[in-house]
Design a protein around this ligand. Structure first.
Ligand code: SF4
Ligand code: FES
Length: 249
């Protein structure tokens, strides 16, 4: 395949940045999107030019590191991670526009790499259990109805990629935060800190500068893991209950 890539290049956080056009040839439809980017970077390195910086780690759809905004969609045209997107989703002769996640709470570090430390700080605020649950066999002795276990697992499949934020007009992090609150709120191990968790994580989410929910559902539509909007409804209930019972009032 022969393609034209329009890629956002930005030297650092304070640089204005601009699109640069790169023609590329000889791309196999079986390559992943990141392998196509590797081919471009090898060509740039041979020419002595600065390769395009982008994030990746597992390349298996697990770690949530890859974060390219492709042709107006976070992770591109399929509901999958960028690393699991293949070039067969494009046609010979296509022009592909590649940008970083756009959100004030995700400042650009360089080119297509953004700082998602704001997500880490939301987790640090309350996305954990501090009770001792013992070893795996002890935890397995706590009876949990299958429906609840399945729902908690579905919420826990959020990989923290940030596509929900990139998809949202308000750059809201409610889908991510609600998934992380839900996965613990539904399980017995998460009950001890349940109320303070919702308050602290929502407060941190707001402090990081993420916007309010637009109610458009763009986050769910673009999420590579199919995290449901019902998590946001649960987070709102958790937060409301916490506000009523808060020790901080
Ligand atoms: S909710 Fe979906 S889009 Fe948002 S961080 Fe989690 S996996 Fe990524
Ligand atoms: S590189 Fe890990 S999810 Fe894409």
């Amino acid at each position: 395949m022969k393609l034209t890539l329009k890629i956002w290049r930005q030297k650092n956080a304070s640089d204005k940045g601009a699109f640069v056009t790169y023609p590329i040839d000889g791309i196999s439809t079986d390559m992943s999107f990141l392998e196509m980017m590797d081919v471009l970077n090898e060509e740039l390195a041979v020419k002595g030019e600065d390769p395009v910086h982008f994030d990746h780690d597992c390349r298996e759809g697990i770690c949530g590191m890859c974060s390219l905004y492709i042709n107006g969609h976070p992770h591109g045209p399929k509901q999958t991670t960028t690393c699991q997107l293949h070039m067969r989703s494009f046609s010979d002769g296509d022009t592909i526009t590649i940008e970083p996640w756009r959100a004030a709470a995700f400042p650009v570090v360089k080119d297509l790499v953004v700082d998602r430390g704001s997500f880490d700080r939301i987790i640090q605020a309350g996305g954990y259990v501090s009770v001792n649950t013992g070893g795996v066999p002890d935890a397995n002795e706590i009876p949990i109805p299958k429906r609840i276990a399945d729902e908690a697992f579905d919420s826990a499949t959020c990989i923290g990629c940030g596509a929900c934020v990139a998809a949202c007009k308000n750059a809201s992090a409610m889908l991510f935060t609600s998934a992380k609150i839900s996965q613990l709120a539904m399980l017995p191990q998460g009950q001890v800190e349940r109320m303070s968790r919702a308050e602290k994580m929502v407060a941190q989410m707001d402090a990081e500068g993420f916007g309010a929910c637009t109610n458009t559902g763009a986050c769910e539509a673009e999420c590579p893991k199919g995290i449901s909007l019902t998590n946001i409804a649960r987070m709102n209930r958790e937060y409301f209950s916490a506000s009523v019972k808060s020790e901080n009032v």
